[in-house]
Design a protein around this ligand. Structure first.
Ligand SMILES: [Zn+2]
Length: 508
């Protein structure tokens, strides 16, 4: 009897088992499908292996020409149903006003045969896929041999990376704004090409101690605080056409409670170099005219004008510790004063012989950061992956006459660039420094620029011998240091350094 009563249950159980199996099968297929979709290559196998050596003509005779372009990318805040999510710091930070405009600033430099475009966005970061879109939109038409798109890494600008939406599960990117930025960069290049004219270039390196300007929140204390300037004049030497200024610091001066859109100290610096420094309707230091482009340097590990940093206004004498727009202005004027003083004292009119050399490579960084993988799977980090668990990016070394430029696709720790990588006590690997010699020793030329967040933003680039996620912690600290959470992984810095070495050797 007992077996009779049990017998009819088997078909039901089998049906259940079949349903559960089908559910898991469909779920599994969807999961795998989502995985492949999220980690697909967005750029159709785009890869760059570019080597441009100076032509005989460019080497023999001076034929330098330069042009500048500027396009406004200030977001529109009037749409109440679509907040502008500010990038950096924390999620759910909607912009409430515009303090000063955001821009994309472009320079095009050519030596008679090679034409290079450099655009810098007032933005937190711009992924490699986006840069490739800019290239596809304008490179061929404008006959640009190589295109660089950098971000100033500004923390008071709309999210262009997806990490700072209303909550951790929603991207903060407005696709229309992203499209506008891509089109604006292409437009800035077009304007720069349209304004190309014969020019002289002079190079300046201004020793700038970090005190009162920028702090380092992680040991070892190494900065990228020297100012570097590539100044372009008309061939008569009388008119300043513009410049590229390099310096390393996070533009986050108004700090985390600010909800105003602002270009931060790069905006103040550009304005001061062009139109001078004005207080109470009086010009206290005249500007140079022209168009000036700020490019950020080595900002990792972590370069910041922290709320504990007091910045003194160089003209008013006022001291600013609490984050504010006034503190930002004081910082921008500190930098501008040093540059304006140097230019006014310099007797070097520059040269119109500046042969251009380019060596660029697509690279594939192994992704070991589980948070990055999850964010990609969820669609928060929307960027292409060319190989299994690898992030596609790009590294380059250029020469423009006696200047060299290392293009680094993220936030590199300054000790990798300027020296001082340590076998940090408590580090996870307990190894001698891998990223040696420092990048500025590898680079050829007289004045060595480092463009950070160039053509990508892969996050922090941490020396392997300073990598620390597990106890014991660095230098006897009670907890893990900040940085690794925003890094692709401990293999990033060694790989990047090796590629920079290869490209620097090719540039000699
Ligand atoms: Zn940063």
């Amino acid at each position: 009897m007992a077996s009779d009563s049990r017998t009819p249950r088997f078909p039901r159980l089998r049906r259940w088992a079949r349903c559960v199996a089908i559910f898991f099968l469909v779920f599994g297929v969807l999961l795998v499908g989502r995985f492949f979709y999220a980690f697909r290559d967005r750029t159709g196998g785009y890869s760059l292996n570019l080597d441009i050596v100076p032509s005989v003509a460019a080497t023999a005779s001076g034929g330098l020409r330069v042009g500048f372009g500027r396009v406004d990318i200030t977001p529109v805040l009037t749409n109440a149903s679509r907040p502008v999510w500010l990038a950096g710091f924390s999620q759910n930070r909607a912009a409430t006003g515009v303090h000063d405009p955001l821009q994309v600033n472009a320079t095009v430099i050519e030596d008679g045969s090679t034409r290079v475009g450099i655009a810098v966005l007032d933005s937190i970061g711009f992924f490699y896929d986006d840069v490739i879109e800019v290239r596809r939109a304008c490179q061929e038409e404008l006959k640009l041999s190589y295109v660089i798109v950098c971000s100033t890494h500004n923390h008071s600008t709309p999210d262009l990376m997806g990490l700072w939406g209303p909550n951790p599960w929603t991207s903060g990117i407005d696709p229309d704004y992203r499209k506008r930025v891509i089109q604006s960069a292409a437009r800035a290049f077009k304007d720069a090409v349209g304004s190309l004219q014969p020019a002289l270039v002079s190079l300046h390196e201004i020793k700038t101690p970090p005190d009162g300007l920028v702090a380092d929140t992680r040991k070892p204390q190494v900065f990228d605080s020297d100012l570097r300037l590539m100044l372009f004049r008309s061939t008569t030497g009388t008119e300043v056409l513009g410049s590229i200024v390099g310096w390393g610091n996070h533009p986050e001066t108004p700090w985390s409670r600010n909800t105003d859109i602002t270009a931060d100290f790069p905006g103040v610096l550009r304005e001061a170099l062009e139109n001078g420094i004005i207080h109470s309707n009086r010009v206290v230091l005249p500007g140079l005219g022209g168009t000036h482009v700020f490019v950020n340097g080595a900002v990792g590990g972590l370069m910041t004008t922290h709320p504990s940093t007091t910045v003194t206004d160089p003209f008013l004498g006022t001291e600013h510790k609490k984050p504010s727009h006034e503190k930002t202005q004081a910082l921008g004027h500190q930098l501008a004063r040093r540059i304006l003083d140097r230019v006014s004292l310099s007797k070097d009119p520059g040269t119109n012989r500046a042969p251009i050399q380019v060596h660029a490579r697509t690279v594939h960084f192994p992704i070991e950061n589980k948070g990055f993988l999850l964010a990609t799977f969820l669609g928060i980090l929307d960027r292409g992956h060319s190989k299994w668990m690898h992030m596609k990016s790009e590294v380059a070394v250029l020469r423009v006459g006696e200047a060299s430029i290392a293009c680094v696709p993220g936030e590199i720790y300054p000790e990798i660039v300027n020296g001082g990588v340590e076998r940090a006590p408590g580090g996870d690997f307990d190894i001698e420094p891998v990223e040696v010699p420092p990048v500025r020793e590898l680079l050829p030329g007289r004045v060595k620029f480092l463009f950070g967040l160039a053509n990508d933003e892969v996050g922090y680039i941490v020396p392997r011998s300073e990598w620390d996620e597990k106890a014991p912690y660095l230098y006897g600290a009670k907890g893990a240091p900040y940085g690794e959470v925003n890094s692709v992984g401990p293999q990033t810095a060694p790989l990047l350094h090796a590629v920079l070495k290869t490209l620097s050797d090719l540039s000699r």
